[in-house]
Write a protein that binds this ligand. Structure first.
Ligand SMILES: [Zn+2]
Length: 291
């Protein structure tokens, strides 16, 4: 595709002023070049140009020969107004895709699509849309944008060419099951492991495990609700006792739990009574003699 990106303001007009003093035009130029970088990486032809909005000179590059043309701006009002809006005149789906992409990346308030037939970029140049990413005189809007400007530029680029963003890593729910997408883009599968500070199990299909079940010959206990490893004592339906450590792994053999020592069989079930000449437990399973 051939794409025209027009960076708002320029010439003698810097546009609105951000709360840090940054002029709108500097931001539209930075954003335009970032969006172009992502479009070029996808093999598209991109023209980045500067608008000139001054009293005597009002010029916006013609979109002739381009499949998509967007104009970049940032809003400014009273320091309190906030959010993202996308202006259009002759509606194309580019406008709504771009708005959705910015909203899902920045999460600022959604001011929506606005029809503005009076703007030069529309009545004279027939652009697809004019993007007002956020209010740069609003501290929260601006700081949020600055922290994510690469991500937003990529999201806008992909929205322009209608390419789905690759999923970021993190939790995903499909049907009744939870999955974890790792930073390399693949799902965690057939493994035990930490996500943050919590320990989980994922089966061969990548589904997060819950309950008490065996992994590699050892019982584990994970919460049915959160999937996190559950530490502590557990009683099976038929009354057998087990103990799971902080990774949800069953205790086996002779194990200290607090100051008391217990004995578990190879399956992790607590042994009670006299089962070895040198090892005797009390009725709670605490080892009282020998070991
Ligand atoms: Zn502007």
């Amino acid at each position: 595709m051939k794409i025209l990106i027009s960076c708002g303001h320029g010439g003698t007009d810097p546009g609105v002023t951000g709360y840090t003093g940054v002029p709108e035009h500097a931001l539209t130029c930075t954003q335009g070049n970032l969006i172009a970088k992502y479009l070029k990486a996808e093999g598209h032809t991109v023209k980045v140009c500067i608008e000139e909005w001054s009293a005597n000179n009002f010029r916006v590059r013609s979109r002739k020969g381009c499949d998509v043309a967007v104009s970049l701006h940032f809003n400014g009002f009273n320091g309190k107004a906030n959010g993202t809006e996308v202006l259009y005149s002759n509606y194309t789906s580019v406008a709504s895709r771009v708005l959705r992409a910015i909203n899902s990346t920045l999460g600022l308030s959604n001011r929506g699509l606005k029809k503005r037939s009076d703007l030069y970029v529309f009545w004279h140049n027939n652009f697809d849309c004019l993007i007002e990413t956020c209010f740069i005189d609003n501290k929260h809007d601006y700081d949020t944008y600055k922290a994510k400007q690469e991500e937003v530029a990529k999201a806008i680029a992909y929205a322009i060419i209608n390419k789905p963003m690759s999923k970021p890593y993190g939790w995903e729910q499909h049907g009744n099951h939870w999955y974890y997408r790792q930073s390399d883009g693949t799902l965690a599968k057939d493994r035990l492991g930490y996500v943050g500070s919590d320990f989980y199990y994922f089966d061969k299909q990548g589904r997060r495990g819950g309950g008490v079940f065996k992994v590699n010959g050892r019982y584990y206990h994970f919460s049915n609700e959160t999937g996190k490893a559950v530490q502590g004592w557990y009683t099976t339906k038929d009354g057998k006792k087990m103990y799971f450590d902080r990774d949800g792994k069953s205790a086996v053999g002779l194990v200290y739990i607090g100051k008391d020592q217990y004995c578990f069989d190879k399956n992790g079930f607590l042994k009670i009574g006299k089962f070895k000449a040198t090892l005797i437990t009390d009725s709670d399973g605490k080892v009282v003699k020998g070991c």
